[in-house]
Design a protein around this ligand. Sequence first.
Ligand code: LMR
Length: 393
Amino acid sequence: MKAKLSSIIEVQAPVAVKTEEPKKKPECYGVFCLTYDLKAEEETKSWKKLINIAVSGAAGMISNHLLFKLASGEVFGPDQPIALKLLGSERSIQALEGVAMELEDSLFPLLREVSIGIDPYEVFQDAEWALLIGAKPRGPGMERAGLLDINGQIFAEQGKALNAVASRNVKVIVVGNPCNTNALICLKNAPDIPAKNFHALTRLDENRAKCQLALKAGVFYDQVSNMTIWGNHSTTQVPDFLNAKISGIPVKEVIKDTKWLEEEFTEKVQKRGGVLIQKWGRSSAASTAVSIVDAIRSLVTPTPEGDWFSSGVYTTGNPYGIAEDIVFSMPCRSKGDGDYELVKDVIFDDYLWNRIKKTEAELLAEKKCVAHLTGEGIAVCDLPGDTMLPGEM
Ligand code: LMR
């Protein structure tokens, strides 16, 4: 079995026109081993052209929620066939086969191909979306600088692989922590892919912030809009209650308790991931998967008039005066074409700006810490001591 691990395992999906005798490949599973004429399906069902979605950390908990949403059509739509390219590690290859088997047993009509592998240069071939979830969690006694280095190396390699083999317009969503700096490392190692195409996932933080504001205001969470998370996916992140709205009214006019907003609300959102780890004994998985779905849907559907969404994106050219050349969560709008623009009409006060400067300082320090991975020289690691991933307590 081991000898085969370096090669991608190609499997194809069910429910289609059989073109020839089923070809048995040693690694494929049951119906996935059949070959199909997808073109015929596209013609009869007016389906869109198949898209390739690569997912790293595919045998993990987050992926276990996410992959079935992707395959069901709830993310890209009921007329969008997909191929899933699943990246795991040598250690997780058995589990990855289990994931492929469960996908097989689910008989998703839109899931046309599943392939699994451990080499990003094979798995990322022609990827139009890369959802980079896999990362090492911080182990006992490991310094944050150590985590940045270990995970940074993974994302440097994956950036290089994307640069070599992915679609030139691949959209990359980095989930593995520390996701902002991992996204920066990834984009620096993929110079032939637009830096604008890289995102660090802060949508989970946005969703958490909306939920807390709704709870305090006593409204359902669909009433909360214009919610920006500024900065790093860490305990320095800034949930912006100055620009957010409840039922179209500025939050500060609805929730008059400024002390709650500045202290309790902000900290609750910043540390929600850590509280969840205490309850679950592991990181959030289902809500992270949901927020990845939200993040993708925000890019492939037009943003509702007057609203926006948060994403960690490359700062170069930002209109706010945030330091250039880092990945920072900011308010974005999309026409639904996979691209986005930064929202210009936001306001700042001293409280908000001071908080933004703190999360910016943290990201600048993280950047110096990974200079050896971004091609910017020798790493100097002097991280602010009081900042953490949401999951660290
Ligand atoms: C979360 O926000 O739930 C996670 O990023 C926490 C973590 O550190 O894994």
